[in-house]
Write a protein that binds this ligand. Structure first.
Ligand code: CA
Length: 234
C-alpha cells in the first residue's frame, strides 16, 4: 500500500466519522404537499395547493394573499428536533407571476431567551424555474422550547409563491458510521492546488449499491464544527 493510499484510508476512516450525516427520515408531515395542506399553515396569509406547477408528484403548496414580506407558509417542528443537534433542511420554491424575488427558509424559535428568526437559506427566485434552498440548522434551546416552526417567506407583498419537496433530515437516522463500515472498492486522492486539504474520491459499497463519494472537502477540523462534506453521491 502506498503512503498516499494509506493517508487516504486514514482520511476516510477518521474524518468520515466527523461528517454531519443525515438519514432518510424526513421530520415533516406531508413534505411534498401530496396530501393537500395537511401539516402546513399560513404565516399570516392564505395557503392552498396547486396541481401546476409542481416540483414533483401531483401537488405543490402555495402561499398567497400576502401583505408583507415575512408572510408565507410554515410547519411546526416542535417535539421533533433534539437540542444540540444539527439538521439538514432543503426545499424547492418558485414565484407565481413575478420575475424576481427572494425566498428564504428559516426557523422561528421561541424559548426562555425569547423569539429568534434563524435563516437557513435564501435564493433569488423567478416564476420560470424551481429553485432549491438548502442549508443546516442547529437547535440550541435555552429553558423551555415553546415554538419551533420551519417557514418560507421573503418576496415582496402581493407576490404569491410555491413550495414543494421540503426535507428536514434527522442526523441520527443514518450516518457515516454505516458508510465507514462499508467496503471501499476504489479510492484516490485529489490534490488541490491550494486552499483545501486533499480531497478523497471513493467508491463505496453501501446497502443502496455502489456509491461514489465525490468532492469530499475538509472544513476546519479544529473547531467544534469541524467536519467534511461530500458534495455528491451516485
Ligand atoms: Ca409535490
Amino acid at each position: 500500500m502506498s503512503i498516499k493510499y494509506f493517508c487516504l484510508c486514514l482520511f476516510l476512516t477518521v474524518f468520515l466519522s466527523l461528517v454531519p450525516s443525515y438519514g432518510n427520515t424526513n421530520l415533516l408531515t406531508n413534505p411534498g404537499f401530496e396530501s393537500g395542506t395537511t401539516g402546513w399553515t399560513g404565516r399570516s396569509c392564505s395557503i392552498n395547493t396547486v396541481t401546476s406547477p409542481v416540483h414533483s408528484g401531483s401537488s405543490a403548496g402555495r402561499a398567497y394573499e400576502r401583505t408583507d414580506t415575512w408572510q408565507g407558509i410554515k410547519q411546526s417542528l416542535l417535539g421533533k428536533m433534539k437540542d444540540g443537534e444539527t439538521y439538514q433542511i432543503s426545499g424547492w420554491v418558485r414565484l407565481e407571476d413575478a420575475n424576481d424575488g427572494t425566498v428564504t427558509v428559516s426557523l422561528e424559535q421561541t424559548d426562555d431567551d425569547g423569539t429568534r428568526y434563524i435563516n437557513v437559506s435564501s435564493a433569488s427566485v423567478t416564476d420560470s424555474n424551481w429553485v432549491q434552498l438548502e442549508g443546516e440548522f442547529s437547535l440550541y434551546v435555552t429553558g423551555t422550547l415553546k415554538t419551533l416552526d420551519i417557514y418560507f417567506e421573503g418576496p415582496a407583498a402581493g407576490i404569491s409563491f410555491f413550495v414543494d419537496d421540503v426535507n428536514v433530515y434527522n442526523p441520527e437516522a443514518g450516518g457515516t458510521d454505516t458508510m465507514s463500515r462499508n467496503e471501499r472498492n476504489d479510492a484516490q486522492l485529489i490534490e488541490p492546488d491550494e486552499g483545501w486539504f486533499p480531497a478523497p474520491l471513493a467508491d463505496v459499497k453501501s446497502p443502496l449499491g455502489l456509491m461514489q463519494c465525490l468532492n469530499v472537502y475538509l472544513r476546519p477540523l479544529f473547531s467544534s464544527r469541524g467536519s467534511i462534506r461530500a458534495s455528491a453521491f451516485y
